[in-house]
Structure formats: C-alpha cells, structure tokens
Design a protein around this ligand. Structure first.
Ligand SMILES: O=C(O)CCC(=O)C(=O)O
Length: 267
C-alpha cells in the first residue's frame, strides 16, 4: 500500500519519513506530548483504571471511549497528531476506534503477531493506527514489535490462538518475514503503522505498567463491508475535513469532563 499520493507537500512529516512509512509500514518515534502533558495523560488513565478496577473490569476493556471521555477525545483530535495522520491519508480524517493496550506489571498475556486488516471490514486497506505511549516502554515491559516491510506481502494467512492472549489472530508464516523491531517509546511519543503491517507484543515481565493508546484513523471514502455497518461506525468522529459520502456519524465532543461509573457504563 502506497500512501505517497497525498504526501507531495506534507504538513508535519518529512518526505523521507513518508518514504520510510511506505517501505517499512511504520514510522517511529514521533513526538507528541512533553513530559508534563504525558504525566497528565498518565494521571487521566490512572483515574479511568480505578473506575474499571472498582467495577471488576479488565484494563483492556477501555475500548471505544473516545466519544465518551473528554480526555481521550482531546488526544484523538489533537492537531499535531492529525497533521501527522493527514500526511499519510489526506485531509479528511475519521477516527472510528481507540483502545488502551494496558499491560499491567507481570501481565502474562501476549498480543500474537497479526495484521489489523483481517479484524476490520474496511476496503481498501487504508487505515493508519497511532500508538501513543502513555508510559515509558522498555524491553522487559513487552514493547509492541513491528515486522518491517511485512505490509508489502498483502493479506497473510492466520490462525486462531486463544491461550493467554489479548487478541486471537496470529499470522502463520512468520519465518519468511523480517525480524521484529521493538518500539522503545518514551511516554508522549508515538508510532504510526498501516493495517497490513504485522505486529505483536510479548508478556510484560517487568514491575511497571506498559500502556499505549491506539487510535484508528481512516479516510471517510473507504467502504465498510459488513452487515453490522453501524457497529463499526457508531463511535466515529470526523476529526478533520469533510465526509463526502455522508456515511460516517460525527459524534460530538463529550460534554462531561468528569468520569464516573455511570458515564463509563461500568456502574
Ligand atoms: O500494544 C500492543 O502490544 C499491540 C497493539 C496493537 O496490536 C495495535 O495497535 O494494533
């Protein structure tokens, strides 16, 4: 998948970074938040986790809350982040998903090596994911790893794996792909990857948390090939530009800045 058709005069990325994205399937690290802002986002997540924990819910369940929680909405619509994304997918930008991948200390669950595209009913494969480090990430904490260039193989065969995992699809033929590149991001930095890039992460063997917020962006012109169209689009926010198709909802900014069990639906 080549994204260069929209990158002739990039806003924020360099032409070299866009070439890297096309060649390797990702770019990292990119700066987003300074240390004080990163600390604020960490504290915000701490508050969310407390609510989920009190309700007996798992940290990974903070999924699709960008149109509910103001703190996540603000990250998803951050202008610098959208400038990066615009350089890859063009000026019309929909966010349809967000998910904290929050590996608590000694969380044994892995994310098997997978492509995102087989999970999603979007055609063509043009989604870009921003993975924003909420915590500093080191080798022991189970960093996300990319297999550089694997997106150029197209859609790969996969099998289902259910033991001790967070996501269940796993590519079957990893041996012919490049060696993993681990993402050692500092809190406040991010990576961008395409939906055909193979990626995954190991268990967190450290004493500290490893959390990244994934945000999924698409141009509104992609098709949703699913009977459950609304299931895939109902959380959408038109973050920038226009939706010439009129098919995507545009959720407004959440009104409440506080979060309680009721507004989170975990009460
Ligand atoms: O955070 C991780 O370890 C995996 C995240 C992931 O699979 C994704 O961002 O698509």
């Amino acid at each position: 998948m080549q994204f260069t058709e929209v990158a002739t005069s990039p806003k924020k990325l360099t032409v070299g970074q866009i070439d890297t994205f096309n060649r390797d399937g990702y770019i990292e690290p990119l700066p987003l938040f300074d240390a004080a802002e990163a600390q604020q986002h960490r504290a915000y997540l701490d508050g969310l986790l407390l609510q989920f924990d009190r309700a007996g819910r798992d940290a990974y369940e903070i999924n699709e809350y960008h149109h509910v929680c103001q703190g996540i909405f603000e990250i998803v619509t951050n202008p610098t982040l959208l400038d990066y994304v615009e350089d890859l997918i063009g000026p019309d930008i929909v966010c349809w998903g967000s998910h904290y991948f929050c590996k608590m200390p000694h969380d044994e669950r892995e994310v098997p090596f997978h492509q995102d595209a087989p999970y999603w009913p979007f055609r063509p494969t043009k989604a870009v994911t921003a993975w924003i480090a909420i915590d500093d990430v080191d080798a022991e904490a189970g960093p996300m790893c990319f297999l550089p260039g694997s997106h150029r193989q197209g859609r790969l065969e996969w099998q289902r794996r259910t033991e001790n995992v967070v996501l269940e699809l796993e590519v079957t033929d990893r041996d012919r792909l490049n060696a993993p590149h681990p993402l050692m991001l500092k809190a406040g930095e991010l990576s961008l990857h395409t939906d055909l890039l193979v990626h995954g992460s190991a268990a967190n063997t450290s004493d500290h948390r490893r959390c990244g917020l994934t945000i999924r962006y698409v141009p509104p012109t992609i098709w949703v090939k699913s009977d459950d169209h609304l299931g895939w689009t109902r959380s959408a926010i038109l973050c920038r530009g226009h939706d010439p198709t009129g098919r995507w909802p545009n959720n407004p900014a959440p009104l409440r800045s506080e979060f309680g069990p009721k507004s989170l639906g975990v009460g």
